[in-house]
Structure formats: structure tokens, C-alpha cells
Design a protein around this ligand. Structure first.
Ligand SMILES: Cc1cc2nc3c(=O)[nH]c(=O)nc-3n(C[C@H](O)[C@H](O)[C@H](O)COP(=O)(O)OP(=O)(O)OC[C@H]3O[C@@H](n4cnc5c(N)ncnc54)[C@H](O)[C@@H]3O)c2cc1C
Length: 319
């Protein structure tokens, strides 16, 4: 080490001030260690692929995540019921060719009760026992949602209809930041309660980015008499611009701090992915520290971020 000259009084004063600032800053306790917490229960959402190339991508995603032994994996149903055949094919392939338990999304849009019931009966006969029951949204270009004449009008009606067909396990949607067309937060909670009273045994939330938003929501849900699990839906964000646009439509708030974090990274996919992993890891660790031990990941058929974040939560390959 070189011999150094002592700091000038001015330098010494500046250094003392810096250290002084650090010493008087807020103290944040460390998050609890992983060994103090059970590995969480996981579930993953996929969408049904449109092309052979996307089918291969989905399948490699399924195989990568399979060893994490999720409780179930769900497959979405396209807006306006447009993916009925592809959703069915994906769900039954998962049932046949993996050890995973699939859950099929089903919506009320654009179909009579008889048509929806026929899809549900097909699932039951194929051995599928879990449905994610949703109202769905109007097809693009339509002027808001209108129930199909002769169809199930809302998700609560669909849940009741499904229960008449078979003793399905049924999950429904919940909105920590309130569904965009709900008349009030309390009405939205009443609607969630109606879905549970009709036979749903789990709610999965729309994605959100601020952990306290979710924690306040489950407090309100519990006060409203809801006792089934409300599983946080986690969206690892690798394409910020796209998520910001989509979030405006589905009522999920994108906090300013996220815009700042992704600022300047539009052309830098690699850094974006690293930032995305940190953002999601912080979110889930904070939820976990608050006692949440079940997570649903919106994978967008890409396994890497989900796998890494599940690992950080303590999930390890089984068997
Ligand atoms: C976890 C999750 C998965 C999803 N998967 C899909 C998918 O695969 N395919 C897809 O198309 N969409 C999907 N969506 C989006 C969902 O379809 C939309 O958010 C839709 O707008 C609402 O569906 P819901 O099941 O929550 O509707 P509902 O619970 O029926 O509620 C929708 C709105 O209608 C209001 N409402 C309910 N009952 C009544 C009534 N009797 N009279 C008047 N108003 C009423 C509610 O307050 C609420 O504002 C998903 C959403 C989530 C959170």
C-alpha cells in the first residue's frame, strides 16, 4: 500500500458529511432468510400456440418448468373464445405427455350455455378436473361487453353452470386494483364473493407491481368474508413498453419507479431481462416475507425469468 497523505480539512469534512448521511439514513431490515420459510406452492400460466414453432417453444417451456412440480398449470382461452380447439389440444397434450395437472381457462363470450357446457363436458371426459372460469372480454372492435343471448352472462353464472356438470376444482379472477368496469371497489369484491359462493375454491389475481397493493386487497377481501386462497398473479416483465400499453387496458397500474428502471433500455434486451428479474424477485420476496406462500406466474410461454424467480423463492427441481 502506498503511503498516503492525510486528507485536507476540507476533504475530511466532506467525508464526515457523507458517512454522516449514511449513518442517519433509514434502516431497512433484511428480508427473512429462505431457510426460515417453506418453499412456495407454484402454478404457471401458458397460452395456446398458434404455429408449430410456437408449439415447440411452449413445449420446451413446459419441460423446463415441469421439474418445479407446480400445483397446476393453466392454459388461456383466446379473447372471444377464439382458441377453443387450441386450448383443448394444449390442455390434453399436457395431460397425456407430462406429469403436470392442467387447468383449462373457459370464458362466457360468444357462446350459448349449451356450447360452453359441451366444452366443459369434453374436458371432464378427457380427465381435466380444474377450470379457470372467466367472463372474458368483448372481441376487439366491439363496443364493450354484452352477454351472449342464451349464454352465461358473468363468471359467477359460469361457475354455477360448471358445478352442475361435474365437481370441477374452479379458480376465478380477482383484481387487486379493481376490474376496470366495476362500479366500485366494494362491488368488485361482492362479485368475487359471488363467484366463490357459487363454488370457486381459489382466486388468481390480475398482475400488479406494488406488493402493498396486493396486501391491502387481501385484507379487504378477508374483511368481506372471503377465506379461499387469493393467489398473486406475477408477471415478470421483459418487454416494458408492451406491458405498459397492455396494463392501461386491463387496469393494472404501472408505477413510476418501473418506468424509471426500464428507461433507456428499449434496445437493450439483455439488461432489460436482468432488471426484470430483480424487479420480480423483489416483489415476490416482499410478498413471501409477508406470509404469502403461493404464487401464479404468467409465463408468456417463456420459462427463464419464471424459473429464476421461482428458484429465488426457494423452489427446487423435484425427483
Ligand atoms: C387470472 C386471470 C386469467 C384470465 N384468463 C383469461 C382468458 O384465458 N381468456 C380471456 O379472454 N380473458 C382472461 N382474463 C381476463 C378476463 O376475462 C377479463 O378481465 C374480464 O373483463 C373479466 O372477467 P371476470 O371473469 O373477472 O368477470 P366477472 O367476474 O364476471 O366480472 C366482470 C365485471 O362484470 C361485473 N359484473 C359481474 N356480475 C355482474 C352482474 N350480474 N351485473 C352487472 N355487472 C356484473 C363485475 O363487477 C366486473 O366489473 C383473465 C384474467 C385473470 C385475472
Amino acid at each position: 500500500m502506498n503511503e498516503m497523505s492525510p486528507p485536507s480539512p476540507k476533504q475530511a469534512q466532506a467525508e464526515a458529511k457523507t458517512l454522516g448521511n449514511w449513518l442517519s439514513g433509514p434502516r431497512v431490515d433484511a428480508l427473512p432468510s429462505l431457510t426460515a420459510m417453506p418453499a412456495p406452492l407454484l402454478s404457471f400460466e401458458f397460452f395456446p400456440p398458434r404455429t408449430e414453432a410456437l408449439e415447440a417453444q411452449l413445449w420446451s417451456c413446459v419441460k423446463r418448468l415441469e421439474p418445479l412440480a407446480p400445483r397446476f398449470v393453466s392454459v388461456t382461452y383466446g379473447a372471444g373464445g377464439t382458441t377453443q380447439a387450441r386450448t383443448h389440444a394444449t390442455v390434453t397434450r399436457i395431460l397425456r405427455e407430462s406429469s403436470l395437472t392442467p387447468a383449462a381457462h373457459l370464458t362466457c363470450v360468444g357462446a350459448t350455455k349449451e356450447e360452453v357446457d359441451a366444452v366443459a363436458r369434453d374436458y371432464w371426459e378427457a380427465g381435466v378436473r380444474h377450470i379457470v372460469a372467466l367472463r372474458g372480454d368483448a372481441p376487439s372492435g366491439a363496443n364493450g361487453y354484452e352477454p351472449h343471448p342464451g349464454g352465461y352472462a358473468y363468471a359467477a353464472d359460469l361457475v354455477a353452470g360448471l358445478k352442475r356438470i361435474g365437481d370441477f376444482e374452479i379458480s376465478v379472477a380477482a383484481y387487486p386494483e379493481v376490474h376496470p368496469t366495476a362500479s366500485s371497489p366494494d362491488d368488485d369484491l361482492d362479485n368475487l364473493k359471488r363467484k366463490i359462493d357459487a363454488g370457486a375454491t381459489r382466486a388468481i389475481t390480475q398482475y400488479f407491481f406494488d406488493a402493498p397493493t396486493f396486501l391491502r386487497f387481501i385484507d379487504r377481501a378477508h374483511a368481506a368474508g372471503i377465506t379461499v386462497p387469493i393467489v398473486p398473479g406475477i408477471l415478470p416483465v421483459s418487454n416494458f413498453a408492451q406491458v405498459a400499453k397492455f396494463s392501461a387496458m386491463c387496469g393494472a397500474r404501472v408505477p413510476d419507479w418501473m418506468g424509471t428502471l426500464f428507461d433507456g433500455l428499449d434496445e437493450d434486451a439483455e439488461t432489460r431481462r436482468m432488471v426484470a428479474a430483480v424487479v420480480a424477485a423483489e416483489q415476490v420476496r416482499l410478498l413471501q416475507a409477508n406470509g404469502v406462500d403461493e404464487f401464479h406466474f404468467y409465463t408468456l410461454n417463456r420459462p427463464d425469468l419464471t424459473y429464476a424467480i421461482a428458484h429465488i423463492l426457494g423452489a427446487r427441481p423435484q425427483g
